[in-house]
Design a protein around this ligand. Structure first.
Ligand SMILES: [Zn+2]
Length: 114
């Protein structure tokens, strides 16, 4: 399951950040998930709940914010939302597009108890 390895990576980051802050517990985690990241939010939650046992985040809640796939045209600088990685600019028809968000996971916020 792809999501389990994503969550394993997330936990490495969480534990590192928690150690930096000398936190006792992680209370909640907010994750931004791109609609084209290939990760299914429900499976991320399930994986998180499996993985968090016996960790500093054992009682943490995972909140997922889903974001659309957003691109900017390198020719005319128009920004637009797309639902496919193969996209064409709505304004000028260029295929020279830059991805702004929507293809990856991003840790937005983590609440801890010190
Ligand atoms: Zn354009």
């Amino acid at each position: 399951m792809h999501e389990l390895s994503l969550i394993a990576n997330l936990f490495e980051i969480l534990e590192e950040k928690a150690a930096e802050k000398e936190a006792k517990r992680i209370l909640s985690v907010k994750l931004q998930v791109g609609l084209l990241s290939g990760a299914v939010p429900e499976l991320l939650k399930t994986s998180f709940d499996i993985y968090k046992k016996d960790t500093i985040a054992a009682e943490a809640e995972l909140e997922i914010i889903e974001v659309p796939f957003k691109v900017e045209c390198n020719v005319c600088q128009t920004q637009m939302i797309k639902d496919d990685l193969v996209a064409v600019c709505d304004a000028c028809g260029s295929i020279d597009l830059k991805t702004l968000q929507g293809t990856d996971l991003f840790l937005l916020k983590m609440d801890v108890e010190i």
